[in-house]
Write a protein that binds this ligand. Structure first.
Ligand SMILES: NC(=O)c1ccc[n+]([C@@H]2O[C@H](COP(=O)([O-])OP(=O)(O)OC[C@H]3O[C@@H](n4cnc5c(N)ncnc54)[C@H](OP(=O)(O)O)[C@@H]3O)[C@@H](O)[C@H]2O)c1
Length: 176
């Protein structure tokens, strides 16, 4: 099963200059909680911007070129297995076709190109709504067709004090 997870501003913006628009602690904690232990798939540019494998997860990086990826440590500081791996996939459409049929929830974690490519294969979309407009953004989340998606959960609206921005966690599922 394929899910998308993204933090999206009111104008659909998700990034600028290959960086996130805001660093919102609650959102980063939510992202960690939702994706921990699950495989994550990202475009090469998002991987460059994160700069390392996300710990405790199988990391799949998509690129047309052969990448030289770092080897994550096999163990955590306390000696327990890190469960962190990293690999490359070159054929995105075959990968998505294959993962769509799996029981495991695979998370597409960005960026814009990957979200657009994966949206038709996705069954669930986790959106952190950011109640602000991002000026100068250059990466956008694809439009979700309301006829295809239903909202299945939404959190209360929270205020991030550092950025003084309101956010809300909403989950959508594809209508069957
Ligand atoms: N707000 C959020 O939740 C969120 C989450 C993640 C990322 N972002 C933001 O999104 C932006 C990056 O998005 P982006 O669209 O520029 O880049 P991206 O989707 O992260 O990566 C694009 C790269 O992925 C590879 N790729 C894409 N389609 C492929 C295919 N069909 N086959 C093989 N490789 C493929 C290519 O790598 P090669 O060029 O190496 O071939 C391509 O250049 C950044 O600003 C980032 O901060 C936001």
């Amino acid at each position: 099963m394929i899910s998308l997870i993204a933090a999206v501003a009111e104008n659909g913006a998700i990034g600028k200059g290959n960086q996130l628009l805001w660093h919102i602690k609650e959102d980063l904690a939510y992202f960690k909680q939702v994706t921990m232990g699950h495989p994550v798939i990202m475009g090469r540019k998002t991987f460059d911007s994160i700069g390392r494998a996300l710990p405790g997860r199988r990391n799949i990086v998509v690129s047309h070129s052969k990448l030289s990826l770092p080897t994550p440590p096999a163990f955590k500081k306390d000696g327990t297995p890190s469960n962190t791996t990293i690999e490359q996939a070159e054929d995105l459409s075959s990968l998505l076709q294959e993962l769509k049929r799996k029981r495991t929830e695979f998370f597409v974690i960005g960026g814009a190109t990957l979200y657009s490519a994966a949206m038709p294969f996705a069954k669930r979309v986790y959106i952190t709504k950011i109640f602000a407009e991002a000026e100068g953004a250059d990466a956008f989340f694809p439009k979700m067709n309301e006829a295809e998606w239903k909202e299945v959960s939404s959190s209360k609206v929270l205020t991030d004090k550092e950025n003084n921005i309101k956010i809300q966690f909403v989950v959508y599922e594809r209508k069957s």
